[in-house]
Design a protein around this ligand. Structure first.
Ligand code: SF4
Length: 447
């Protein structure tokens, strides 16, 4: 693996000029203060929410950069903004950027208009005006292009989709020019957006990914606030539901990490956290390869780490539930985004046909095998609050995850997490003693 790397000098102009180790300043942007306050209030109401969440994809990216010989320095506003009430974001950023870096990498998981404006304000304040890459975890090509249009005077490159791919394809020899030729990258050239094709990690490339650099980010601080660590052990979904960007971002064909790699990753996590964590698998189709799933279950069981995963109810067969139950799986998040019985036209047009009968069977199976099941709904896809409550009752769910539609990859206005619609649903469920969580889409598990 090459330790000397070629870099485009970005301090005076963008021409290829110096050959030396690349220094990369990385800022995990996190979210703005007002949003943090809102989330803290939600948590005080005993509602579980998926923010802050350890930035796994960033840890993965850092590991590629380190393996490329880059010198890395990280400013993690994601956790800092959370634990330091009085922190001055702009002061932090200017002091961080007062050091000279060859490249600045900004990592963003929330793509609302107000977060884009916040980023523009930050970049307006700092002196460095080139060599800046914005990495938009989980964004589609369309969203990346909207962001770049709004940010074109500040950014050299926007990376989207499977963000590890363009960095990995630099073959451990990073430069701005090389990045520009790779998939999942767009930039401005002569006032025009230039975009390469959308690409996906092959299984071979996935398995070339170094272990996420957990130690470069404040894993322990994240765990103190949210014990759920996101993990992505496989990628791809053969479905193409219209409201979901997974197929576009991660592709159709299933690819998984080798079991040995998963075992080493869990061992590392255990060393760093004393196994006081729950791994939340972000995989879109964990049951595609049942032999692989069996291996994953075995590894989790022997690690002693508990985990949860998201699954379509029609994938929860007896065979699958048996495997999960023997593998330390703590919670299955059953996706009932839209219900065919209540809204057949919508379900059909989205391409997600899930019936009440299928959901009831899935819940019953989980109950029989002693696995907790959480019902995940997109409230906007249900005709009324009453219809959601009816579904909860029909499948005897004791835990519900609310996943508002705005989470699904749109560059939207920043509306309150607890809209009046959600508040009404939550209040009614609370009186029935149901556990509530909100999938905010702000952390790593956003689509
Ligand atoms: S909603 Fe689920 S099944 Fe449909 S494309 Fe997205 S991940 Fe796949």
């Amino acid at each position: 693996m090459a330790k000397q790397t070629m870099v485009t000098s970005v301090k005076s102009n963008n021409s290829m000029s110096t050959l030396k180790n690349v220094s990369v300043g990385i800022i995990n942007l996190g979210i703005r203060k007002e949003k943090i306050k809102e989330i803290k209030l939600i948590r005080q109401k005993d509602i579980e929410i998926d923010y802050p969440q350890f930035p796994l994809r960033l840890a993965s990216l850092i590991s590629i950069l380190k393996a490329s010989g880059c010198d890395i320095k990280v400013l993690d506003l994601g956790i800092r903004g959370w634990i330091e009430n009085t922190y001055d974001e702009l002061k932090d950023i200017s002091s961080f950027l007062s050091e000279e870096y060859d490249l600045i990498l900004l990592y963003q998981t929330v793509h609302t208009l107000s977060e884009i404006q916040r980023l523009s304000r930050m970049l307006n304040e700092v002196e460095k005006k080139n060599g800046i890459i914005l990495v938009c975890a989980n964004a589609t090509k369309k969203m990346a292009s909207l962001i770049l249009k709004k940010m074109k005077s500040y950014l050299d490159i926007v990376v989207y989709g499977e963000i590890e791919l363009p960095f990995l394809l630099c073959n451990f020899n990073l430069s701005l020019e090389k990045l520009k030729g790779n998939p999942n990258v767009m930039y401005i050239n002569a006032e025009q957006i230039k975009a390469s094709r959308v690409g996906y990690l092959t299984e071979g490339l996935m398995n070339k990914l170094p272990l996420p650099a957990f130690e470069e980010l404040a894993l322990k601080d994240y765990v103190k606030i949210n014990t759920h660590i996101p993990l992505n052990l496989s990628r791809g979904c053969s479905f193409n539901c219209k409201h979901c960007a997974v197929r576009e971002v991660y592709g159709k064909s299933w690819r998984g990490f080798r079991l040995e790699k998963i075992r080493i990753m869990l061992e590392r996590l255990k060393e760093l956290t004393n196994k006081n964590i729950t791994c939340s698998l972000m995989d879109q189709d964990i049951v595609f390869n049942l032999d692989w799933l069996e291996g994953v279950c075995r590894i989790f069981k022997s690690s002693g780490i508990s985990w949860d995963c998201k699954l379509r109810p029609d994938w929860l067969t007896e065979e699958v539930v048996n495997r999960l139950s023997s593998g330390n799986c703590r919670n299955v998040i059953v996706s009932a985004d839209v219900l065919y019985d209540y809204n057949p036209h919508l379900a059909q047009s989205l391409g997600k046909i899930i019936t009440l009968d299928t959901i009831k069977k899935a819940f019953l199976l989980c109950k029989e095998k002693g696995i907790k099941a959480t019902l995940a709904v997109i409230p906007e896809f249900y005709p009324t609050t009453k219809s959601i409550l009816k579904l909860v009752e029909a499948c005897e769910a004791s835990s519900v995850a609310l996943c508002p539609l705005r989470v699904f990859n749109t560059l939207s206005e920043d509306i309150n997490i607890l809209s009046s619609n959600l508040t009404e649903i939550i209040d009614k469920m609370k009186t029935k003693g149901i556990e509530i969580s909100i999938l905010s889409g702000m952390g790593e598990e956003g689509w």
